[in-house]
Design a protein around this ligand. Structure first.
Ligand code: THU
Length: 160
């Protein structure tokens, strides 16, 4: 038996204002689309904005369903749309913002495991890292340089 240790690195910014102007704009796009989430059940609204290599931005918000598992997270709504409509584009970064109608979310809200897995697939496909930024409704922003940092011990095509 041997012990295996994996280390991962994130960066934390005090607030959205501490980001570069370009990252602020991407996060503002995530915040704006978050308001259009369809979240009548959880009242938890998530917005995701993807920056493509040509400078265009693709947005998504969570879409819930009365049959709960039929809904979809904001991140996958956005990345599947990007995959379907812009399959040749390189995804440079994704910004995510989450808020609740029921309470204040001032700590960074990381994406769920299923979204990490889905985004990792596109990082592997394009063979270039996807930088990720995430936050709550307000407060600090966390940056991950790549999906590998979010999912260090992962299943991918090499596992098949
Ligand atoms: N949700 C997202 O949109 N992204 C995540 O990474 C986690 C959760 C959504 C799904 C559901 O509509 C609501 O937040 C509560 O789980």
């Amino acid at each position: 038996m041997k012990e295996i240790k994996l280390t991962t690195t994130f960066f934390e910014y005090e607030s959205i204002e501490a980001l570069s102007l370009a990252d602020q704009q991407l996060m503002q796009a995530a915040i704006a689309i978050r308001k259009q989430a369809y979240a009548p059940y959880s009242k938890f609204r998530v917005g995701a904005a993807l920056l493509l290599d040509d400078g265009s931005v693709i947005e998504g918000a969570n879409q819930e369903n009365a049959a709960y598992p039929s809904g979809l997270c904001a991140e996958r709504t956005a990345i599947f749309y990007a995959g379907a409509t812009r399959p040749q584009a390189v995804i440079v970064a994704i910004a995510i913002s989450a808020c609740s109608d029921l309470k204040q979310t001032t700590t960074p809200i990381p994406p769920c495991g299923a979204c990490r897995q889905a985004i990792l697939e596109y990082e592997n496909k394009q063979q270039q890292p996807i930088r990720m930024l995430f936050m709550g409704a307000a407060g600090p922003v966390v940056e991950s340089p790549s999906l590998i940092n979010m999912l260090p011990f992962h299943f991918d095509e090499d596992s098949l």
